[in-house]
Design a protein around this ligand. Structure first.
Ligand code: C2E
Ligand code: CA
Ligand code: CA
Length: 407
């Protein structure tokens, strides 16, 4: 992790990411003018190269990333997502020629990813603005930031999957109109016997990078379906959401495997919805498109997850027969106060309506969020305001105790 001893920004190690050579040079010069040694600054011309650098050990030394939002291959937003996946705990300064609304949204998104964002600065960058931001930043102290999970390796994960150490919890999805339980989202959990809780973002990413994601998803599907069958036996029919990684969409047998499991458990395709996120670029869309279309034809529902944060969500929306649009919590949280966030939320709902998809708002944490998303026409709500994720055998009791949101 970024060395905890550095508390003065003059001693930080910086990573500057901008596609324009001129701007990179300028930022290095501005850093120099506020007393940062050139030796402590690494510059990269794209998000991809910056991630490569972090992977190759940059993670260990970098305290501060200064990044352009508009870059051709991987834009700043996607770069932030990658930083979040790496649990980057250093500071981040965003720089952009875009108007302040976009900067503000990007800043909020970074916060939603639990990144340590110092702020967003418009171009042209001014030395005083930058040094003011940097001076206010407190370097992460030991114990915070990348966490025990940095120590879990791929062998740990492979063993955990094989030995079924991975479990699942379920978070309620409620209808805004009836305020009743309609479905649940299945979320994977891993408590390592020695190392403790490992965040799902971390181990899903680890699985993706090491070709284990099919095994992981296989296990999650088994556990979700097993629970679904138990609920059905208790008289509760729910729509169960299962997260798929883009990497799962290379397995042409996915549809058949799922069909077998579902029918063996006495469930039906309508009981399952598959949530797909664009955690990485879908370079060749042919296979994913084939798999998703076949799943849809068999009667499974498809949800486009984290809508609004991906690389080309709109394009995927056009090509893939999604039935549900799940608005990322970055555009739900705070929408009641922030006009710009609210505008994005509103137009996402509009878009879903026009495409005859149902809309889910996730990350609803407060009554005012519920009221807003309900008034905008979101069909379903998921979030801590209603319920946190819980073990499957607690869902029935939760449903019994649930009295709606009150007046
Ligand atoms: P996601 O699919 O967007 O799942 C929703 C995440 O938001 C969950 O985090 C959930 O606990 C959290 N959440 C729900 N309501 C609220 C709220 O009101 N406020 C806030 N701040 N957070 C809320 P979790 O369980 O940590 O999962 C993180 C991500 O890991 C998931 O994001 C998903 O991308 C991935 N993931 C989890 N399980 C699986 C899995 O089985 N397969 C795959 N491929 N990915 C998974
Ligand atoms: Ca999801
Ligand atoms: Ca999501």
């Amino acid at each position: 992790m970024p060395s905890a001893i550095n508390t003065d920004f003059h001693d930080f190690n910086y990573l500057v990411v901008d596609d324009e050579a001129f701007i990179r040079t300028l930022i290095v010069r501005i850093l120099g003018s506020i007393g940062v040694d050139k030796e402590n600054v690494t510059a990269r011309e794209s998000g991809l190269e910056a991630i490569e650098f972090l992977k190759d050990g940059g993670d260990e030394i970098i305290n501060m990333v200064i990044c352009d939002l508009n870059m051709p291959d991987m834009d700043g937003i996607e770069f932030l997502r990658h930083l979040a996946l790496r649990s980057f705990s250093g500071g981040i300064v965003l720089v952009s020629g875009e108007d302040t609304r976009i900067l503000k949204a990007a800043e909020e998104l970074a916060q939603a990813h639990s990144l340590n964002i110092l702020g967003a600065l418009p171009k042209p960058l001014k030395p005083d603005d930058l040094s003011a931001l940097l001076a206010a930043f407190e370097a992460p102290s030991a114990g915070r930031g990348p966490r025990s999970s940095a120590e879990v390796g791929i062998d740990d994960l492979a063993a955990a999957i094989a030995e079924r150490q991975i479990s699942v919890v379920f978070q309620p999805k409620l209808s805004t109109s009836s305020q009743t339980l309609i479905g649940v989202e299945t979320l994977a959990r891993w408590i390592h016997p020695e190392k403790g809780f490992v965040p799902p973002d971390v181990f899903v990413h680890l699985a993706e990078e090491n070709n284990l994601v099919d095994e992981l998803t296989d296990l999650v599907i088994d556990l979700a379906i097993e629970q679904g069958a138990a609920w059905l036996e208790q008289g509760l029919e729910l729509k169960i959401a299962i997260n798929l990684s883009v990497d799962n969409l290379n397995d042409l047998e996915l549809t058949e495997k799922l069909e077998q499991k579902v029918s063996k458990a006495g469930l039906q395709a309508r009981n399952i919805i598959l949530e797909v996120t664009e955690s990485r670029l879908m370079v060749d869309i042919t296979k994913p498109l084939e798999i998703l279309t076949r799943l849809r034809m068999k009667g499974y529902s498809l949800s486009i997850d984290d809508f609004g944060t991906g690389h080309s969500s709109l394009e995927q929306l056009k090509r893939i027969p999604f039935t549900e649009l799940k608005i990322d919590r970055a555009f739900v949280d705070g929408a009641a106060q922030e006009p710009a966030t609210r505008a994005i939320l509103e137009s996402s709902v509009d878009l879903a309506r026009k495409l005859e998809m149902s809309v889910v708002a996730e990350g609803v944490e407060r009554r005012e969020d519920w009221d807003l998303v309900a008034s905008l026409g979101c069909d379903l709500v998921q979030g801590y305001f209603v319920a946190k994720p819980m073990p499957g055998d607690e869902i029935l009791a939760w449903r019994k105790d649930w009295n709606g949101i009150g007046d």
